[in-house]
Design a protein. Structure first.
Length: 249
């Protein structure tokens, strides 16, 4: 839902890519062991540790702290620790390995959320920050959003299905955003920007107004900022066709 609500990268080199979030499409094209979400089958810390150990090693310095790089093929960090080849891994190697993994939610002493595109305007970061803060810190907002998206998650992730960001629902989110029928199925009041109640969080009036305006402008209409960019691109092309010359600014 956060991918769909905040998609804002539909263009590359000034041309539409066919995705509302091209950024998510790029991450989905990276090796699954590096960009995929870990399976959450039990205790989250154990699941993440298992995922990191089974992820492929990007590169190994021939000597700790320096020397040329070695690029192994098909070597997981678990296999490296067991074999000790080309050398025994160090704590620095563990730390570096973790920086080469890019799941949708990455633990780094805090939780790094990687599904929200950069937003328009100097203050565009305020709305996604307010929304995600409420989802984490406000139990009522979290429960409302959870109840809304739980049926989607259950349909999206049966056994054997690809993990985010390659799952069918994530593909729809980056391709059609909130215009997608399944993503529009939860009531607009339960979508993340609508379900958060900033006053309970002590947010100031300007933050509350920004979240409400975003929800009205985009979420309630099944749109996202990427749609504005595509509309502007279409207007520029129409001006070009009508005048016989390029009038884009």
């Amino acid at each position: 839902m956060l991918v769909a609500a905040f998609a804002n990268s539909p263009l590359q080199d000034g041309r539409a890519t066919g995705w509302l979030s091209t950024r998510q499409a790029v991450w989905a094209g990276i090796e699954p062991g590096r960009s995929g979400a870990p399976p959450l089958d039990g205790e989250p810390r154990e699941d993440w540790t298992r995922h990191a150990l089974d992820a492929p090693v990007m590169c190994v310095k021939e000597a700790p702290g320096g020397g040329p790089w070695h690029v192994p093929e098909g070597l997981t960090f678990r296999a490296w620790t067991r074999s000790g080849v080309p050398r025994r891994p160090t704590r620095d190697d563990v730390d570096y390995h973790l920086t080469t993994l890019f799941p949708p939610v990455r633990p780094r002493g805090h939780l790094e959320l990687r599904m929200v595109d950069a937003q328009p305007g100097e203050d565009g970061w305020i709305v996604p920050l307010a929304v995600t803060s409420a989802l984490f810190d406000d139990p009522e907002a979290a429960e409302t959003a959870y109840r809304a998206v739980k049926p989607l998650a259950e349909r999206d992730g049966p056994p054997g299905s690809p993990a985010a960001p390659r799952s069918p629902l994530w593909l729809d989110a980056r391709g059609r955003g909130l215009a997608d029928a399944e993503l529009r199925e939860p009531p607009p009041s339960a979508s993340p920007p609508r379900s958060t109640r900033c006053p309970r969080m002590g947010a100031d009036a300007s933050t509350r107004d920004a979240v409400a305006a975003y929800a009205d402008r985009y979420v309630a209409r099944g749109r996202c900022p990427a749609d504005d960019l595509l509309d502007a691109l279409g207007d520029a092309h129409r001006h070009h066709d009508a005048s016989g010359k390029d009038t884009r600014r």
